[in-house]
Design a binder for this molecule. Structure first.
Ligand code: HEC
Length: 186
């Protein structure tokens, strides 16, 4: 009698572990299908690289080179992403940054929209740009101490260095007429 119970118990155990294996396999399969599936969502990859319309008057080719290297992926139309940026969902995260970065400052559409170039030197000096995580994952964006020094000077020479200043475009006229100009933080 006891033997029979023992056999039944073992069968039960075997069944449970089989069910567990199937569940795990299904879960992994699902994750793979989702991962592969999201690669077909075009948002993020569309319009990454766009034509250059107008560039600022760089103080030197070196400043331009450093800018495109360290900042260009998010602040120009000349975005060249390594393969690991083009894999969803990473591509969606970086795409949000590119869109927001271009909206703040785009050196390929110079003069066509208001921008925050006047803060560029400060962002490099205080280390807020390029963003830390981005610099960690993109070695080419890292600036050596001497590059950084030269770059800050180049940015000041090219864009000036007024804290929180904004290049005023025609659209900005109403703002500049305000008695207390409002800085809108996004
Ligand atoms: C990974 C993308 C990315 C890179 C690379 C990058 N930026 Fe930015 N940058 C952004 C985003 C996103 C914003 C908008 C921040 C916001 O709206 O909160 C921004 C904003 C700015 C602003 C506006 C002021 C501010 O702090 O919001 C300046 C100036 C700027 N960046 C300069 C630079 C410079 C100079 C470099 C290169 C050294 C650089 N950025 C590299 C994404 C990037």
């Amino acid at each position: 009698m006891e033997e029979k119970e023992e056999i039944e118990r073992k069968q039960e155990e075997r069944h449970t572990s089989w069910v567990k294996k199937v569940m795990v396999t299904l879960a992994i399969g699902e994750a793979v299908v989702i991962f592969v599936g999201i690669q077909f969502i075009p948002w993020g990859r569309a319009n990454i690289n766009l034509p250059v319309k107008a560039e600022p008057k760089w103080d030197s080719p070196k400043t331009r080179e450093l800018f495109l290297r360290a900042c260009g992926n998010c602040h120009s139309n000349q975005t060249t992403l390594p393969w690991y940026d083009v894999v969803a969902p990473i591509t969606w995260i970086i795409r949000r940054d590119i869109d927001k970065g271009r909206a703040a400052l785009n050196v390929s559409e110079w003069g066509l929209q208001e921008n925050e170039a006047g803060e560029a030197a400060d962002t490099v000096r205080n280390g807020s740009m390029p963003p830390t995580l981005y610099a960690l994952l993109h070695p080419s964006a890292r600036l050596s101490a001497s590059d950084k020094e030269a770059f800050v000077q180049g940015l000041v020479a090219t864009f000036g260095s007024e804290q929180k200043s904004e290049q005023k475009s025609k659209k900005k006229v109403s703002d500049s007429l305000r008695f207390f100009p409002v800085h809108e933080d996004k």
